[in-house]
Design a protein around this ligand. Structure first.
Ligand code: OAD
Length: 265
């Protein structure tokens, strides 16, 4: 009956038999950790624990658009640590899924070859740059050069305001693609997989709660987060490292890199 607790074995069996046809993935920073990219909130290694030198009023200010307007230099200085390809590189595989909603700004899903139509980069990416005031596009390579080589914040040729990469800061709106797809995606998915996220930042943190209660949900993370702490019968929690765990349940053929689930499905 639907009151029976679903097990990991049930889920893996259904997955391997092809019984799930519309898998929804919600991903966070944890999926990139094995590529050497820090997450945000892990004590010690997370970005928010390593911002002391910037003298910020609070850690998230580094990604706050009002703060950037006042003082762009902390983000400009940090940018060389997090700009994809400046410190890290990687690759991945491709497969089938309904959609992946990622909070990550490292662009690894795109690099891993996930079909762009299947991908929603909820917090944006570094492949383009724009003015925070008028939205005018600014050459992404010029933005990168100015921030990383010259250590300065670029300004808009249209209105003179500050420019930054099109990653979504606090105080900015999400890409319109999110609103266009989320309603039908949560209504039609038949499995939700949540990977490597603390589920602390809205609205992505709520996606797993928007699916119907009888839809099975799998969390692969170092700790239980969000509504998975409620131990619903249709939830499975797989504790540990996302790459190792996804490899274990899907087999080596599915995942060979950091992008594990992201690239594989
Ligand atoms: P967090 O740093 O908040 O959470 C990462 C989660 O992944 C934590 O629960 C870790 O324990 C877990 N984790 C770390 N490494 C892992 C691994 N190898 N395997 C499995 N789990 C692992 O990162 P996010 O939830 O992605 O937004 O953060 C969400 C948003 O907050 C980011 O997109 C960013 C940030 O402020 C913006 O900048 C707008």
């Amino acid at each position: 009956s639907s009151n029976e607790r679903i097990t990991l074995e049930d889920m893996v069996t259904s997955l391997k038999r092809g019984e799930y046809k519309n898998i929804l993935i919600v991903a966070g920073a944890g999926v990139s950790c094995s590529a050497g990219i820090p997450d945000f909130r892990t004590p010690g290694s997370g970005i928010y624990d390593n911002l002391h030198k910037y003298n910020l009023p609070y850690p998230e200010a580094i990604f706050d658009v009002e703060f950037y307007r006042q003082n762009p230099m902390p983000f400009v200085t940090l940018s060389k640590e997090i700009w994809p390809g400046v410190k890290y590189s990687l690759l991945g595989k491709k497969g089938i899924l309904q959609r992946i909603y990622t909070q990550n700004i490292d662009g690894l899903e795109a690099i891993a070859g996930v079909d762009p139509g299947r991908l929603v980069e909820c917090h944006g990416h570094f492949r383009s740059a724009a003015c925070i005031n008028c939205g005018a596009a600014h050459d992404a390579n010029d933005c990168k050069r100015r921030m990383i080589e010259l250590g300065e914040a670029p300004t808009c040729i249209e209105c003179g305001n500050l420019v930054k990469p099109t990653i979504v800061f606090f105080g900015e709106v999400m890409p319109s693609r999110f609103g266009q797809l989320i309603h039908s995606d949560v209504a039609s998915c038949d499995l939700v997989i949540v990977l490597g996220t603390s589920l602390q930042v809205a609205p992505v943190a709520s996606i797993p709660n928007w699916v119907k209660r009888d839809i099975p949900r799998l969390l692969i993370n170092r700790e239980k987060v969000g509504s998975f702490q409620g131990n619903f019968p249709t939830d499975v929690f797989l504790e540990g490292d996302c790459d190792e765990r996804s490899r274990r349940i899907l087999g080596n053929g599915f995942t060979s890199t950091v992008t594990g689930f992201r690239g594989a499905l």
